[in-house]
Ligand binder design. Structure first.
Ligand code: G6P
Length: 614
């Protein structure tokens, strides 16, 4: 989704802004732009449809001087992606320029009022309405920019992070947020602002996470001041960033996605570090220990998430129900928030989100909180909105995930859910001592088993070439492998644009079996655990109709080999951990097929990494 960057200091702002936009490219966008107050006092806006590289080309011959500026990548909501709708937007007098991720919901009414007062509009965006409104308020009330922004935001309904610069005041950026993330980076005699810390990390490790409904006044050579939209001054703790630069680079891999797939043995170890102790035979999440009674007494757990995180949630349900004997429901956040769900005091809502910014999940949390639920977050991005809204939680700690299609965040979410289930089960005494020990030992072996699964990369690459031009795929699994089938299908469609469906293997005969013929590749997840024999029967049904089977199978399994056309082996592990190891071949298969097709693997069309609009 849209991303913003800003800079004020002693250096030339333009290269910093361009680099920042490149760092934000992973969020998904369709146009880019920059506004700079030049050394000669002009407010220059350059913007274009397309990539940041198109913007650079466009601005090549232009005046890119200036030590203050703001920049934006747009993911279209109001108005098609074109040069005019791209941000920044000027105000009528061209004294102000503004950038904005989010949606102004009452923009139609505001636009009509401004039109009646003589304002004209160039674009179809809601954003242009906001910059005009700020100018109108500033001029008609004879107030400064900071006051005008504050007054305007009191009239606005919707979600936003904004940054505004003023031609006549090159020493100030006014930024504000409601429901859209905003981070201020504190350097030496310079400040940065951005939608997340990735563009800031190479310049400073000191950041402030601006709160919801807050305005930041970023003045050259002065301390940043923060005010609520209701005009109450706020103070902020300065946080230390954990991110390092190498996490933002490809490290020799052709794509971030491949790097992140291969990162998983390490990220899973990082995720478990300090939480699982094989020697002491214990699992402890501080987020659970600090609220022990809540988990012991929990009557129900509701998991809310979107996309890949929702698939992790489905796996979490199987784990928690099996080990803790607590009923679990898994909800799409977008459905939960609007369907008047029954939420009881004593319910625990677990919100799962890689970005920690997904608008629907934020809204689901808000609703659950209002109804008295205890909220537990599982997030990756440290300091993002969801962890700051929850009562407790656990970070996945896998570092920035840049590829839009989630890989290492997914396996870490499943790992945290496994730790959560084991920790709660132990507290509630619903797991036997032998099972507890076995699960701890097996979970600690997962990073090594993931490394073994990665060794089949070349075999999967060769296999992928057979299926590059397939039009459809079916993914089948049962038990813990069913949500994994959904995730495998999602990976393929996200990055290769091949239609793929995940299905519980037994349900195939109630519909999808009609699709099976010699043209239909079927990925069957068939580990020698759980309902193994049943899955074999389902594979026979596919074979009888001449479908092509790619089986994910336990190393050394001869039975599946006889039925399937192609086999990708994974190391043996208890059924509940199969998704952690089985995810690897599915991620690699999707990756190689997409590469063969020439798709933009890291930034697939129409998708965004951080979905900050509902
Ligand atoms: C977007 C991303 C997906 C992600 C989903 C939920 O659609 O492209 O990869 O699974 O949002 O995001 P979250 O950050 O809440 O996990």
């Amino acid at each position: 989704m849209c991303g913003i960057v800003g800079y004020i200091g002693k250096r030339n702002a333009y290269p910093i802004l361009i680099k920042g936009l490149q760092r934000l490219e992973y969020r998904g966008y369709d146009s880019a732009g920059v506004a700079l107050v030049s050394d000669s006092g002009e407010l220059n806006v350059y913007k274009t449809k397309g990539k940041v590289s198109d913007l650079e080309e466009y601005a090549q011959s232009k005046d890119t001087s200036g030590t203050v500026g703001i920049a934006h990548t747009r993911w279209a909501t109001h108005g098609e992606p074109n040069n005019v709708n791209a941000h920044p937007h000027y105000s009528q007098s061209e004294n102000l320029a503004l950038i904005h991720p989010g949606i102004i919901e009452n923009y139609v009414v505001l636009k009509e009022t401004l039109q009646q007062k003589g304002y004209t509009f160039q674009s179809c965006t809601d954003t242009e309405v906001l910059v005009q409104l700020i100018e109108y308020i500033k001029v008609s009330n004879k107030v400064d920019l900071a006051k005008a922004v504050q007054m305007a935001l009191n009239e606005v309904v919707g979600a936003y992070a904004i940054a505004v610069v003023e031609k006549s005041n090159p020493d100030l950026i006014v930024a504000a947020r409601r429901s859209s993330p905003l981070v201020v980076g504190i350097g030496e005699d310079e400040y940065f602002l951005a939608s997340d810390a990735t563009p800031i990390a190479e310049y400073t490790s000191h950041v402030v996470y601006v709160d919801d409904e807050e305005i930041a006044l970023i003045r050259r050579n002065q301390d940043v001041r923060y005010f609520s939209i209701a005009n109450v001054e706020k103070t902020h703790e300065i946080h230390e960033l954990e991110m390092n630069l190498s996490q933002l680079e490809k490290g020799g891999y052709p794509h971030f996605m491949l790097k992140e797939i291969f990162d998983q043995p390490r990220t899973l170890s990082d995720c478990m570090r300090g939480r699982i102790n094989v020697g002491a035979n214990s699992v402890a999440l501080s987020g659970v220990i600090d609220h022990r009674q809540k988990f012991i007494n929990a009557k129900r757990i509701v998991i809310c998430a979107c996309g890949t995180s929702w698939h992790a949630g489905l796996i979490g349900r199987y784990m928690i129900e099996e080990l803790c004997r607590i009923p679990v429901e898994v909800e799409y956040s977008s459905e939960f928030r609007y369907r008047k769900p029954v939420i009881n005091q004593g319910d625990i809502v677990v919100a799962i989100s890689q970005s920690g910014e997904t608008a629907d999940t934020l809204a689901a949390i808000e609703l659950a909180k209002q109804n008295g639920a205890f909220i537990y977050g599982i997030c990756n991005v440290v300091g993002s909105s969801i962890p700051r809204m929850t009562h407790s939680g656990t970070y996945t700690h896998v570092g920035p995930e840049i590829g839009v299609a989630s890989t290492k965040a997914f396996t870490a979410q499943v790992t945290v859910l496994a730790l959560l289930a084991l920790n709660i089960a132990h507290e509630r005494k619903t797991i036997s001592a032998a099972d507890y020990t076995m699960h701890i030992q097996e979970l600690s072996l997962i990073p090594e088993k993931v490394a073994q699964a990665l060794k089949h990369n070349e075999q999967i690459e060769r296999l992928s070439s057979i299926f590059t031009y397939a039009h459809n795929f079916i993914y089948l699994g049962r038990g813990y492998s069913y949500p994994l089938a959904l995730e495998g299908a999602l990976k393929l469609k996200e990055i290769s644009y091949i239609h793929a469906e995940g299905y519980p293997a037994a349900e195939m005969k109630h519909g999808p079996i009609a699709l099976i013929d010699r043209e239909m590749p079927v990925v069957a997840i068939a580990p020698k655990r759980g309902t193994y024999e049943k899955v074999i029967s389902n594979m026979q049904e596919v074979k009888a109709r001449k479908g092509k089977i790619i089986a994910i199978t336990t190393e050394g399994d001869e039975m599946v080999k006889r039925i399937a056309d192609y086999c990708i082996p994974i190391p043996d592990t208890p059924e509940c951990f199969v998704p952690l190891v089985g995810a690897i071949p599915l991620q690699l298969l999707a990756y190689h097929i997409a590469v063969n097709k020439g798709c933009n693997v890291d930034q697939p069309r129409n998708l965004a990494k951080s979905v900050t609009v509902e």
